[in-house]
Design a protein around this ligand. Sequence first.
Ligand code: ZN
Length: 205
Amino acid sequence: MNKPFSRQKEVSRIHYSQATPGRRAIFLVEARTRKEVRQITRLFDTVGQLAEVVPISHGTLMSYAVQVHSGATLFGKIEWLLKTQFAFSLVERSFSEVTFRLVQSLCEESETEMAELPQCGICEAVDPFPARATVQFKGQEEPAHLSYCARCASLYAEEQEDEWIRGLVSRDRARLRVSHDVVVTLLPDMVEERPEQEIDLPIAI
Ligand SMILES: [Zn+2]
């Protein structure tokens, strides 16, 4: 049997969920004791009820990426809490490759373990809140979970949404074979707007 594409897995179906646009920030706090580790964990658990929270590192340096979909007053509240309750904290009101590298080098110096964050399948940029594609293959292959940064996902945007998503997955470094009849399903946006006043952050932590 002639198998010219035997090295490339053949995609049968793509489930795609777009990145949800929002304001992003990175918070980094030094935890000097186990008690402070617990306090910071609890604080960001609470923040997770109001916004999207992705832990970046856990240990001597605790860091989190946070994304909100409405006003950014939550960022100010978290910043104030960290500045008043802990000896050292940093806040960056964006998420860029530069900020990520800074967090990474601080974590290396303090021997803090970092979480594995989603990486763009095209440009390899780290993005805590990426567009995601779950790709199913013909045959017995396990599905693959792929991520795309906002820049790449919008760079290849075309009017035909299905065509654009097929194009995106076909440009992935995983070198997948995506034919034009691959079924694309757009997953609904799962993020709900959660008004800030519903939950109070623990002020006396
Ligand atoms: Zn990218």
